[in-house]
Design a protein around this ligand. Sequence first.
Ligand SMILES: Cc1cc2nc3c(=O)[nH]c(=O)nc-3n(C[C@H](O)[C@H](O)[C@H](O)COP(=O)(O)OP(=O)(O)OC[C@H]3O[C@@H](n4cnc5c(N)ncnc54)[C@H](O)[C@@H]3O)c2cc1C
Length: 424
Amino acid sequence: MQGQRVAVVGGSIAGCAAARALVRAGAGEVVVFERARGRLQDRGVGLAIQNERYAELEAAGYLDAAMPWVQLTRRPWVVRSGDARAGRGIAALPFPYRSYNWGSLWQELHRRLPDAVDYRSGAAVTQVLPEPDGARIILPDGREERFDLVVGADGYRSVVRAAMLPAAASAARYGGYVAWRGTLSARQLPEPGSAFAAPDATTVVFPGGHMIAYRIPGSIGEPQVNWVFYATPPAEATSALADPVIPPSRALTEAMTGYQHELVERHFPGYWRDLVLGTPKDATLLQPIYDMAAPHYARGRLVLLGDAAAIARPHTGSGALKALQDATVLGRALGAAGSLAEGLAAYDAERAPVGRAILELGRSLGRAHVQQTPDWAAMDQRAFDGWWHANGGSGVGGRPLGPSDAAAPAGTRRPAALDATEQA
Ligand SMILES: Cc1cc2nc3c(=O)[nH]c(=O)nc-3n(C[C@H](O)[C@H](O)[C@H](O)COP(=O)(O)OP(=O)(O)OC[C@H]3O[C@@H](n4cnc5c(N)ncnc54)[C@H](O)[C@@H]3O)c2cc1C
């Protein structure tokens, strides 16, 4: 990159990983503009990264074993059955995933930023103006700064994407249903240990939705339980959600909470009902399901990654993973190319198709798991396996990194540029 000056707009998971990738690729100066003041750890809840995808990212130097995680191994699928407190298992899948606490993962990525990165909190970018050999960014007080490259890691309402592509080509679309997310301390579980083994990611299914629950690292060392509950709320409760300018919110309305609790009372086995109803109200949030995939990830001197480039529905198990993979490939492409244009074209060619594939996978999974659910109670393992594969289940957990990132054995691909400063 011959010492170029780069702006990263957004300092969340994608932004932190991109800043690191750019320093490695040889950028002379990297400035991260993050709109939020202070820390971002309350933004999300739990996430899971498949073991093999983790190994690739560890080998590439973006994740490491010192970042707190919980090993999961099995995904039982459960329906309500008479008075059986834990419900009845209809099937089980292997679940070789590491689970993370979104907040602690962000903190660890932020802490590992190379010294060369200038991370500015409370620094919103209001507009990006492309130029032939760079771009200007406009700050809220009207000041401008010029960069050779501007990286959009600014999430689902990206100003970088707005400068790069017509709105109609890349608008986030409401998927027609929502996710309620909650966390509680593992100590608050009903009858600790009895129905919910530590390495399980249990999925409770019902007509029109499901919930997945698994343990994640807690912020003070004690494990927490993370659950994500999907269903389609009544149209009158969600009419505003069709407009993606409505931000996801911790401020759940009484009506939305009431609707979820009604479903839980009607469809959940007792143990899982108590788990959801026992979750503190201030530890739940609502995530309307949007999706989008930008047709191009790079144009001129602007480039997109993470949710700014494509929003993956959570069923795909690839939101944070995709952001980390995008950064890995961007760093590799820019580091290896003879020119910025060549590196950006290589990144676009490799990652834009992945974003589109994840978009389609998310829609297929959404239909099968929420909008057109099967007769779960009638399924046995064999019927379940057929349903899972027919609806894209084997794509859950994300795709392998490209050959140049994934082929080398773990530990051998730390680029030479990863020096002592970077490991701070
Ligand atoms: C409510 C909600 C909850 C979620 N919970 C989970 C979860 O529990 N588990 C999970 O796996 N995934 C979760 N996700 C998705 C996950 O956060 C992302 O897929 C992942 O973090 C990658 O995101 P990103 O860094 O690309 O974008 P984001 O995490 O959205 O970050 C974008 C960043 O850009 C900043 N920004 C935006 N505009 C500007 C601007 N103009 N100027 C400067 N800064 C700007 C924002 O403040 C933000 O920090 C959640 C998403 C939402 C919306």
